[in-house]
Each structure stands twice: as structure tokens, then as C-alpha cells.
Design a protein around this ligand. Structure first.
Ligand code: CP3
Length: 351
């Protein structure tokens, strides 16, 4: 399903290591609370999940940063926690609080009872949001579909929401590692079907957010995070060889070689990783996406320019870099600073 009709294909070119005039730019959490127009739509929807379940509003908020900043890619507006919700854990977002599940995984028998889902049925609101957004984009730029990684979804399902130290999930992997692997396998199966459904609905790129892979030990990361992500990469690349897959492990800088060997087309880097060094390590195998510190957006323009240029020049004019932040835009950021970052990338040219 190679999409050659897309007019601005800088992102797809970078993912294939083809030359570009400049790196493509998009930003994690580019649609979100830092935008007043997002807050208005969110208000109109009532709560965050009602927004996620309304494909027209999802499309509208996905387009907001595109209209404002002229980015090189759009990302589906949804959340990584839609899968556990569809698996019966009942997700809600209370005002100004993180995600909460009314049911959580407490025992091996809870894991054994987890369903294999049919995303075309229980997550039809997501595939519909992909179709609606794809049609609004009208092939101007690619649309990124996404899912959480098995490990990251497992942490939310076992903790029942967000956590700083993951006590229950750590207890699970150290007391019942086989049960943890079963949970991760069920999640991998559901994620594969979910990503296939998004690709069939028109997503041009598949990105896996492994937000919490970095809290594992090196062998723990290979076993509980990378191995199930690798299954997803293999399944997607077998069925859709032309759809690029990007893995982003926050705190994963030490494991780039292992991640690159997964067969993914691109790796996301957080801001703790030196981009030039990462490029020397794995830049021939995979494209690299990142990695401006989201905190730099609190700086003055001259500081931001300096930081953005450091990212832009780190790969020595080689193709295969996608400009992004090292993690999502924070809600308190001034949209004008975001515009300044994007404009600075737009003005840059490879030598
Ligand atoms: O623009 C985009 O990036 C697309 C939309 C998107 C959202 N969440 C919307 C959202 C994407 C790609 C995500 C991914 C996501 N969701 C991740 C992985 C990426 C990362 O940030 O590490 C994670 C861990 C989640 C889970 C999640 N969703 C949490 C912990 C929270 C609450 C904390 C917070 O930032 O508000 C959310 C809510 C959420 N997801 C919001 C948005 C715009 C804010 C909801 C609101 O409007 O109140």
C-alpha cells in the first residue's frame, strides 16, 4: 500500500533514507491542551474519551496543528489506552487527573480471561477517525497511526492508571514472569490487529509508543518490552512491507542497536540521547526521529534556535532524520514558541 500520491512526502522519504531538502518535522502531542482551539473542542465534547469517540472532532483537533504550523505529518487523534478499554477495563479520565481503569489486572486468572478483540468492531470509532482525518488531509501529508507498546499498556492495566514506580507491574514480572509474558502476548496480538485496522483505514505510518520501556533493566527490556514489540514489527512488515514502522522507547537510548535489529524503519529518541552519536550507531539501519528537549520550549527564541539547530546539524546532512521533540509538548507551552521551532526547521536546508 505504498502511498505515492502524497504531495509532501518528506516523512516517508526520511523513513526510507531518501534525500530531502530538509528534515520533515512533526511534534509528539502536537494536538493537545497547549492549543486554545483544542481546549474549546475538548470543552464541547465534555470529556476526553467522548472526544476520542467522536471521529469528526478527532479529525478537527488532528488538523488544528497542521493548519497552524504547516507540519509535515499529521497524527491520528486518539489515545494509547483505547485497547485496554476495548478489552473491558473501562477507561475514564477525570478532570485534571490521569487515566483511570475501573477494573485492573490483579491475578493470573484475570490475565487468562482477557479477550482477543476485533478492533473493526470495538474500536470502530478509531478506524472511523483515521478515515475522516485521511479524507480531510486530502493526500497533502502522511497520517501517522499509533498504538502503545505491549509493555506500556500492561503497566496501565496492572497499576489501574498512571504510576511513578510501577510497584504492581514490577511485582508481576519478578513473581510471575510467565504470566507477564502471557499478558504481553495477548496485548501484542490485539495491537497487531489494531494497527492493521488503522492501516486498512488509511494510516501511512505505524508508530508504537513505548513510554515506559525505559524503567526496565537491560535484560528486562529485551524480554518484556522489545520481544513483544518485535512480534508487532514482524507481523506488520510481513503484511504491509511498504508501511514504515517507528518504535519510540522513552529512556531507550542504551538499547538502540537491539531496537534497530527489530526490523523497524525508524526509532524515536528522547532528549537524553545524543542524536549524532545515535546516528553513528544505528543511522545506517534505521531513520531517527527526535529529539529536542520539550523543556526547550520554555526558553527564549535565541535559545530555542540554538537548540533546534543543534538537533538539525547532529546527523551531518545525512538523510534519515525526522525532526521531533524527545517527548510530548507540555500543556503550558506557548503555541508561538511551537511555531518558532517549526519555522526554524522549515528555514533549514541540507548542504
Ligand atoms: O497529538 C498527538 O500526539 C495525538 C494524540 C495522542 C494523545 N495521547 C492525546 C491525549 C497520543 C499519540 C497519545 C499517546 C499517549 N497517551 C501516550 C504515549 C505517548 C507519551 O506521551 O508518552 C500515553 C502514555 C498516553 C496515556 C495518557 N493519555 C495519559 C497518561 C494522559 C493524561 C496525562 C495528560 O497528558 O493529560 C492522557 C490524556 C491525553 N491524551 C490528552 C491528550 C490530548 C490530554 C487529555 C485532555 O484533554 O485533558
Amino acid at each position: 500500500m505504498l502511498n505515492t500520491r502524497i504531495k509532501n512526502d518528506r516523512l516517508l522519504k526520511a523513513l526510507r533514507h531518501q534525500p530531502n531538502d530538509r528534515p520533515p518535522v512533526w511534534l509528539m502531542r502536537q494536538a493537545g491542551r497547549y492549543l486554545p482551539e483544542y481546549r474549546r473542542i475538548r470543552e464541547q465534547a465534555g470529556d476526553f474519551m467522548s472526544l476520542c469517540k467522536n471521529p469528526h472532532l478527532c479529525c478537527e483537533v488532528a488538523m488544528q496543528p497542521i493548519d497552524r504550523f504547516n507540519l509535515d505529518a499529521a497524527i491520528l487523534f486518539s489515545d494509547i489506552l483505547t485497547i485496554p478499554d476495548a478489552m473491558g477495563l473501562e477507561l475514564s479520565f477525570a478532570e485534571n487527573q490521569g487515566p483511570q481503569f475501573s477494573k485492573r489486572i490483579e491475578s493470573v486468572s484475570d490475565i487468562n480471561k482477557l479477550p482477543i478483540i476485533d478492533p473493526e468492531a470495538s474500536l470502530a470509532y478509531v478506524t472511523e477517525a483515521v478515515r475522516t482525518t485521511k479524507s480531510a488531509l486530502n493526500d497533502t501529508i502522511p497520517l501517522i497511526g499509533f498504538s502503545g507498546s505491549p509493555w506500556t499498556l500492561a503497566t496501565y492495566m496492572v497499576e489501574g492508571g498512571s504510576s511513578r514506580t510501577f510497584p504492581r507491574t514490577k511485582a508481576l514480572i519478578y513473581t510471575q514472569p510467565q504470566a507477564a509474558e502471557n499478558l504481553l502476548s495477548i496485548l501484542a496480538i490485539n495491537i497487531i490487529e489494531y494497527m492493521k485496522a488503522q492501516i486498512n483505514a488509511g494510516a501511512d505510518v505505524a508508530m508504537i509508543f513505548d513510554t515506559w520501556g525505559g524503567v526496565l533493566t537491560p535484560p528486562g527490556f529485551l524480554r518484556f518490552s522489545l520481544k513483544p514489540m518485535q512480534k508487532i514489527v514482524s507481523a506488520l512488515k510481513t503484511e504491509y512491507p511498504d508501511i514504515p514502522v517507528v518504535l519510540f522507547t522513552k529512556g531507550g537510548g542504551a538499547w538502540l542497536e537491539d531496537m534497530a535489529a527489530s526490523g523497524a524503519d525508524g526509532l524515536g529518541l528522547d532528549w537524553t540521547c545524543d542524536l549524532g552519536n545515535a546516528f553513528n550507531r544505528v543511522g545506517r539501519q534505521v531513520a531517527l526521529q527526535g529529539n529536542l528537549d520539550p523543556g526547550a520550549l520554555y526558553g527564549a527564541e535565541e535559545i530555542i534556535r540554538e537548540q533546534v539547530l543543534a538537533v538539525l546539524t547532529a546527523c551531518n546532512n545525512q538523510p534519515g532524520h525526522i525532526f521531533n521533540l524527545g517527548h510530548g509538548i507540555e500543556p503550558g507551552v506557548d503555541p508561538e514558541k511551537v511555531k518558532f521551532v517549526v519555522d526554524t526547521v522549515h528555514q533549514f536546508r541540507y548542504k
